[in-house]
Design a protein around this ligand. Structure first.
Ligand code: PLP
Length: 314
């Protein structure tokens, strides 16, 4: 989806013009992938724009920075407020927010210590990801393995991890699938290029535990919380590849993908190939909350104060 610019970008505590949010080609991040980032959605319930789990995204950003010994220089509260201010200033919602922290211009060597840490947040309109089709997507098991433990840390949302994601995604789309599912180094299901994966078998919801090289997805956590609240049995345990082929239901979760049903994997229909009852139930609950149709019983939404209640984005 083409990027649609907004007016302002938050940079190290100041709101600058979109056009001025540029970096030098010799910045450390360009050569060594030294960035960590987040993707956050701002929804449009009737009460006005609202960020989804803003504080949890910023917590993960700060965790990613800690793993990579990056001094962010702003607190969790400051960065959450920065996201609220940015949406309010730009007046564009619903939207996607992209906080990014990276090593900037200073030294050409691998060692990052002499490169300043830069913090930016952008927001821009963004619609559906993976598909517009409610019936779901066709996925494949990728020939690329997800990053192995103790190579690149999977719990950090780092730019470098997305080189692996790009290989998974490009292979899938080249072969006519919407998305690829990567296995971990031991052959267990890990995750999609930008989503966690859930399956349902005999009424039990199952997803890979964090030890299978997955990002600790905020949407994954939301689905786990919703499922437990609804009394759906939940297991976080290793998913053998073949369980994908005999699952009754399967879906991706992610900020971008939200809850996207998977209708086939490697051309084998998931269940009867239609959206299953637990997937539908979890979608209804999730979208009910973010659209303001159901009470925000987990306090997931952060309201953005704006002058007009009219959405300006997509
Ligand atoms: C590799 C990967 N796994 C999982 C997810 C889902 O995480 P979240 O639900 O926090 O967006 C994402 C998206 O950020 C991702 O890029």
């Amino acid at each position: 989806m083409a990027l649609e610019k907004t007016d302002r970008v938050w940079h190290n505590g100041k709101l600058i013009r979109w056009e001025d949010a540029t970096v030098h080609v010799m910045s450390h991040v360009i050569h060594y992938g030294s960035s960590i980032f987040e993707g956050v959605r701002c929804y449009n319930p009737p009460s006005g724009p609202a960020l989804f789990r803003a504080d949890d995204h910023i917590e993960r950003l700060i965790d990613s920075a800690k793993i990579y010994r990056m001094e962010v220089g702003f607190s969790r509260e400051e960065l959450t407020c920065a996201m609220v201010d940015l949406v309010s200033t730009n007046g564009v919602w619903p939207c996607y927010l992209r906080p990014v922290v990276f090593r900037g211009y200073g030294d050409a060597g691998v060692s990052p210590e002499n490169c300043p840490v830069e913090v930016y947040i952008c927001n821009y309109p963004w619609g559906k990801y993976l598909t517009q089709d409610d019936s779901g997507v066709d996925a494949c098991v990728s020939s690329w393995t997800r990053i192995a433990p103790n190579t690149l840390p999977a719990l950090a949302k780092s730019g470098a991890n997305y080189m692996n994601s790009q290989l998974i995604r490009m292979e899938a789309t080249t072969n006519g699938y919407a998305e690829g599912i990567a296995l971990d180094v031991h052959g267990y299901v890990s995750e999609g290029s930008g989503e966690n994966v859930f399956i349902v078998r005999h009424g039990v919801l199952q997803t890979a535990p964090l030890g299978n090289s997955v990002l600790p997805g905020i949407t994954r956590d939301s689905v786990l919380k919703l499922a437990r609240d609804l009394g759906i049995p939940v297991v976080e345990a290793g998913v053998p590849r073949e369980l994908l082929y005999i699952a009754d239901e399967a879906f991706f979760t992610g900020t971008a993908a939200e809850i996207t049903p998977i209708r086939s994997i490697d051309r084998i229909p998931v269940g009867d190939g239609t959206v299953g009852p637990l997937t539908s139930l979890l979608q209804r609950e999730f979208f009910g909350i973010v659209r303001g149709e159901k009470p925000d019983r987990f306090h997931w939404l952060t309201q953005v104060p704006v002058r007009s209640k009219q959405p300006v984005g997509v």
